[in-house]
Design a protein around this ligand. Structure first.
Ligand code: ATP
Ligand code: MG
Length: 280
């Protein structure tokens, strides 16, 4: 202050006061910025927590939806088998009795009974295939790996010009029903698409277990064909790929496609092996 007063004529004596006001403003301004930044951070954390809760709720609802869909399918498969299947059996037995009881020279009755038997056999085959689609054959009794083998064997018979290679490098027995069914449905729809759209001569189905850096376990499944491939950016109308993505997301997993026109399609799904692995 003394030194400043000596240079009063140059108005230097006002400098300390100006500096004081300036410093006060600076402190006030930076504390405002500091508190504002802390408020923003708190707000962001709250929004992030709400978002995580909403995502978890979303996944829970999607799981519930898939569960309900599967249990309805299971009930429908059981009713088709127990009700319709029994009636068809009875009709067939009656038709066989009519055929056997008909007089040898009654060609009309014998022919009609034989036609009934053939029709019942055809309807039975349709019902059996419906039941298999609703509830994978062998899934409840032998598990998902056997059901997958069975399903792919069916495809081998239906697509004799396509070599279908399967490799399942892990025990799928410990998967819960939701994950096991999701895995099955993903392979089922991918194979449906191969048959309908790809014109492939080879399909590789590969299922492996993988651990990430946090020791969480995942089941990775890939279905790769060498067919005509597809333009991934082109608009699509079907429900299959959308359904696959939704099913994978419902158990905390993801689905990726990789393809070039003329160079086949790879469907890659990664599913957490258990609910624990879905936590961040
Ligand atoms: N393996 C494949 N090779 C070539 N194109 C494919 C393959 N899989 C899917 N696509 C293409 O992606 C489209 C969308 O497939 P998606 O399964 O969603 O529907 P979709 O099979 O046409 O009908 P749906 O609803 O009955 O499944 C198909 O129409 C087809 O053009
Ligand atoms: Mg499809």
């Amino acid at each position: 202050m003394g030194w400043a007063r000596q240079h009063e004529k140059l108005q230097v004596d006002e400098l300390p006061a100006v500096l004081l006001v300036f410093a006060t403003c600076l402190i006030w301004f930076s504390s405002r910025r500091y508190f504002e930044a802390r408020r923003q951070l708190r707000l962001r954390r709250t929004i992030e927590m709400k978002l995580a809760d909403a995502l978890a709720e979303n996944q829970r609802l999607a799981q519930q939806y898939v569960d309900m869909q599967e249990s309805e399918r299971k009930a429908l498969a059981r009713d088709l088998h127990d009700e319709l299947g029994q009636y068809l059996n009875v009709i067939k037995l009656d038709a066989v009795s009519i055929r056997d009881a008909a007089r040898p020279d009654d060609a009309l009755v014998k022919g009609a009974a034989r036609a009934m038997i053939d029709t019942v056999d055809r309807v039975y085959a349709v019902v059996a295939s419906l039941i298999r689609q609703l509830r994978p054959a062998g899934f409840d009794e032998l598990g998902v790996a056997a059901a997958l083998e069975h399903c792919l064997n069916d495809w081998r018979a239906r697509l004799p010009g396509t070599a279908i290679e399967v490799s399942i490098d892990t025990d799928l027995g410990a998967l819960d029903e939701l994950r096991a069914l999701t895995l099955f449905r993903l392979v089922q729809e991918a194979m449906n698409n191969v048959a309908r759209h790809s014109n492939a001569t080879r399909v590789d189905v590969r299922i492996v277990r993988r651990s990430d850096s946090k020791a969480r376990e995942f089941i990775d499944a890939s279905i790769a064909d060498n067919g005509r491939g597809m333009d991934l950016d082109a608009p699509r109308l079907g429900l299959g790929l959308v359904g696959m993505r939704e099913r994978a997301a419902a158990c905390g997993g993801s689905l990726k496609l990789s393809s070039h026109v003329g160079a086949g399609l790879v469907v890659f799904a990664s599913l957490p092996a258990s609910n624990a692995a879905t936590r961040p």
